[in-house]
Design a binder for this molecule. Structure first.
Ligand code: ATP
Ligand code: MG
Length: 484
């Protein structure tokens, strides 16, 4: 073959035919193969000798040959050719491939129309494309089937937000509009109630932090002010900075929180009621034991003493009477102790400070733990509910030290600061772990906190391992006029 020239380059056309990586095929309009190049033979896995002058459909699996012939006739007529085609086919040997055909007419020696087809195996590209379509479909389905509404808008020049460019079906549903209507809205209208200053602050914070969670009242076409929690995040969309807004409806959560709050309050009130009933009962039982039983024992003691005075001549009986009198004395002491333990009379008669003093002395005697206390010089005018609560907190705290702390010393400090009464109990024991402090099973500690909460105060427990424990109770004194 003589060299051809295109532009300034001379080359041999047969080189193109032989070296092309694409398959080249020439057929007549009836589909008879006139010529094929080596790349075509390789692609179809058949030698040239088996193809020349054969109908083109022998390249395909018998099951699809009929269909292929029909397509060939549709694709090429005497004056028309489909220039580019993509087909998924099964080759004669059963191999499935995607083929791309680039077709054109060329003139044969007898001036008849022949079809020149460049054939390329595009299976890999097609598989990738299909995979992409599939994952896009999956992504869409995920995007549209989340229970959260999602919106995307561009962040222009890092400063302004455009209309939404993407949204899912949930977003349309929540805002009560079609996708077309939604894509005409922007974040300023939907999340920021048209408050420019708020959106400027938001953009600044988002640029600094890359993602922000905030609460908003959603406004849409047919809805007004739906409470939502918005998770916003900067990301690249179509190679431009954009913001993804994920909006979660929190009306239900708010409702639930409100109900939980009500329920907690009800339970707190109930606990408070039970505490005061318990205190009243203790007071009553303590008084009954102290007064009734105490008085009876005193009368008994007097009677026994009178009787023993009458018996002057029998030493044995006299000594028996003496030991009975001693027994009665011990019983009177026990009765007083039991009554005090139930509820120290001092608390009701003289108030919190003498009650704490008495309890501390008693505690030191019984446990041997040294207590140092600083108490106000004068009694504080405190209502019974508050003084009882503080006293019980104090008791729980020192008894905890005795039971668990392995401490040798306790500092007790009660003082009035800015209309608040502060009680601190500090031990030098082994300390409590944070887990123990917040353990819902630590009912003693929980009880202290609850007692304080009921009267508008608080209890904070601080501790570090081997460094002692501090219990600090703060109770408001408003409505209580100090005697100072
Ligand atoms: N001052 C303290 N020093 C060290 N550990 C403490 C101290 N106070 C409490 N604890 C630890 O915290 C736990 C919880 O205390 P809490 O008072 O709630 O329960 P409790 O004293 O074991 O039982 P109770 O319900 O009778 O009060 C205790 O079991 C103990 O391990
Ligand atoms: Mg306890």
């Amino acid at each position: 073959m003589t060299p051809s020239s295109i532009g300034n380059i001379n080359f041999n056309l047969t080189d193109v035919w032989h070296e092309s990586v694409d398959g080249i095929r020439i057929t007549d309009l009836d589909g008879k193969i006139i010529a094929v190049n080596p790349a075509f033979c390789k692609l179809f896995d058949k030698p040239e000798t088996e193809l020349i002058y054969q109908p083109f459909h022998i390249l395909y699996h018998p099951n699809i040959q009929g269909e292929i012939i029909k397509e060939y006739n549709d694709d090429f007529s005497s004056d028309n050719v489909k220039p580019r085609l993509e087909r998924k086919v099964v080759l004669w040997n059963g191999r499935k491939v995607w083929l791309e055909f680039s077709n054109s007419f060329i003139k044969g020696f007898s001036n008849d129309n022949l079809v020149l087809s460049l054939v390329r195996d595009i299976s890999e590209r097609k598989e990738n494309e299909l995979q992409l379509v599939k994952s896009e479909k999956q992504f869409r389905s995920l995007f549209n089937n989340t229970s959260d509404a999602m919106f995307v808008c561009y962040l222009n020049y890092g400063k302004t937000l455009g209309s939404f460019v993407e949204a899912n079906e949930k977003a349309c549903q929540i805002l009560g509009c079609s996708m077309n209507e939604l894509l005409q809205l922007n974040p300023l209208q939907v999340f920021f109630e048209n408050r420019e200053d708020e959106i400027l602050k938001f953009i600044d914070r988002l640029n600094a932090n890359k993602s922000i969670i905030f609460n908003a009242l959603l406004t849409g076409k047919n809805i007004d002010r739906i409470p939502a929690e918005i998770n916003s995040r900067l990301f690249d969309y179509n190679e431009r900075p954009a913001i993804l807004f994920i909006s979660r409806d929190i009306a239900e959560r708010r409702d639930f929180e409100e109900k939980l709050k009500q329920r907690t309050n009800q339970l707190r009130n109930l606990a408070s009621k039970l505490q005061s009933i318990r205190e009243e009962e203790r007071k009553m039982i303590s008084r009954e034991i102290h007064d009734e039983l105490g008085q009876m024992l005193t009368v008994l003691k007097i009677q026994i003493s009178l009787l023993s005075n009458k018996i002057t001549d029998n030493d044995i009986i006299k000594s028996k009477f003496n030991s009975v009198e001693k027994l009665i004395d011990n019983s009177i002491e026990s009765v007083q102790k039991i009554a005090s333990k139930l509820r120290p009379g001092l608390l009701d008669e003289l108030g919190l400070i003498p009650a704490i003093e008495w309890q501390t002395q008693d505690f030191m005697e019984n446990t041997g733990i040294d207590c140092e206390y600083t108490l106000p010089k004068e009694e504080i005018n405190l209502d019974q509910e508050k003084s009882t609560a503080l006293f019980r907190i104090f008791q729980e705290s020192i008894f905890n030290t005795a039971r668990h702390a392995n401490a040798s010393k306790i500092f007790i400090n009660l003082r009035e600061v800015n209309n608040e009464l502060v009680l601190e109990i500090i031990d030098n024991g082994k300390g409590i772990t944070q887990n123990q402090i917040s353990d819902p099973k630590s009912l003693g500690l929980l009880g202290m906190k609850e007692r304080a909460l009921i009267i508008g105060g608080s209890v904070v427990i601080k501790s570090s391992m081997n460094n002692g424990t501090t219990v600090k109770a703060v109770i408001p004194l408003i409505n209580n006029i100090s005697n100072k």
